[in-house]
Design a protein around this ligand. Structure first.
Ligand code: MRU
Length: 357
């Protein structure tokens, strides 16, 4: 039974600034940064101070409010233009997690739909409320995903996860980690945590969350996952996602696809847990998902120390795409979605905001 704990406050609006738990310093230091400008937020997203698809989206919504407020628009028309400019700028911070673009679109819509005779004060309040709503809403979505997904882990003695899809990656209990922690209330299993090369989100962040929750977990190097499955230690794999195409192909942290392949080989169910804001209905398949390439030094050095000869070039895609046919189910806040994914994901598609008007 997990021990009770203080909720992890990943993103907090203080009333004046946005307070982010600096995830680059965990688990060594629990330290917060105060964000006052859209430039500071852009940098925090880029450097993974705040990371994880839903958390990036929530933070970006606050960024639109902060950036618009700071630029002191003179009229409502001006406010609409400024909000769109700030949203466009924040959209350049990271390319793969669609929750970023989804949240920015919510903010653009909130600004755009203000009546022409609204005051600047009303406009700013609308942007503030939009950010608050996106944050609260993500918390609720996470709770629902945890409830829907937990029964899938019934009877398991081992569950494996990759990267960090927990409270640190969302505004709530997390997606994959939320499912695992909910199931751990009644289940008795060990969580195998992939360390997640090259930036160790599994070792630094998921292990930190598991430790705080008091669940039984073992940290493994990514290359040990196949062996754990071969030995029969794992009855389910659950990960989050950064972008899910309309056919169910799912992009997640690099190293997720090999897990899905191994899971299929060893007959272990592979689950994705993600809110509907992670589904990009505009993409027919995962081949269209933009994959972030990060800098060489994430591979050629570790903690500032070179681990490869000077001048070594690296290949460093931050995400890979799991083909839908390897996914047993996608757990969303609307329930557990199974194949055929194109049809069943279409069934939970929210009505696009622009068409409502
Ligand atoms: O590069 P990161 O750390 O932002 O990558 C995060 C992941 O891949 C997570 O698994 C994903 O965003 C799901 S978070 C609920």
């Amino acid at each position: 039974m997990p021990k009770t704990k203080q909720p992890i406050r990943t993103i907090e609006w203080t009333g004046r600034t946005l307070r982010l738990l600096d995830q680059t310093l965990l688990p060594g230091r629990t330290s917060y940064v105060s964000i006052r400008t859209e430039e500071e937020l852009w940098d925090a997203i880029k450097r993974l101070v705040v990371r994880g698809a839903p958390a990036i989206g929530v933070a970006a919504a606050w960024g639109v409010y902060l950036g618009t407020r700071r630029r002191k628009p003179k009229s409502i028309g001006d406010l609409k233009r400024v909000a769109c400019d700030v949203a466009d700028y924040l959209a350049t911070s990271r390319p793969t997690a669609v929750n970023l673009f989804w949240a920015l679109e919510e903010c653009r819509h909130a600004a755009d739909s203000l009546p022409a005779n609204a005051t600047v004060g009303t406009g700013l309040r609308r942007l503030l409320e939009t950010a608050e709503h996106i944050q609260r809403d993500d918390e609720k979505r996470c709770a629902a995903i945890a409830r829907h997904g937990a029964p899938l882990l019934k009877g398991a003695s081992g569950v494996l996860t990759h990267c960090n899809a927990g409270a640190l990656a969302t505004a709530g209990v997390g997606t994959a980690v939320g499912v695992i922690l909910h199931a751990a209330r009644t289940g008795d299993f060990t969580v195998y945590v992939d360390e997640t090369r090259p930036l160790l989100q599994g070792a630094r962040l998921t292990a930190w969350e598991m430790n705080a929750a008091g669940v039984d977990y073992r940290l493994i190097a990514d290359s040990m996952a196949a062996s754990a499955m071969q030995r029969g230690l794992v009855q389910a794999v659950v990960t989050g996602a950064d972008r899910i195409a309309a056919n169910g192909d799912s992009a997640n942290k690099i190293g997720t696809m090999p897990l899905a392949i191994c899971a299929r080989h060893f007959g272990v169910p592979f689950y994705i847990a993600a809110p509907i804001s992670t589904i990009d209905y505009s993409l027919r398949s995962g081949a269209e998902i933009p994959i972030e390439e990060r800098s060489d030094d994430e591979i050629t050095s570790f903690g500032g120390t070179a681990t490869a000869p000077k001048g070594t070039r690296a290949f460093n895609p931050a995400f890979d795409v799991v083909p839908a046919r390897l996914i047993s189910a996608i757990v969303t806040e609307k329930g557990v979605i199974r194949a055929p994914f194109r049809k069943n994901l279409a069934g939970i598609r929210p009505r696009p905001k622009r068409e409502e008007r």
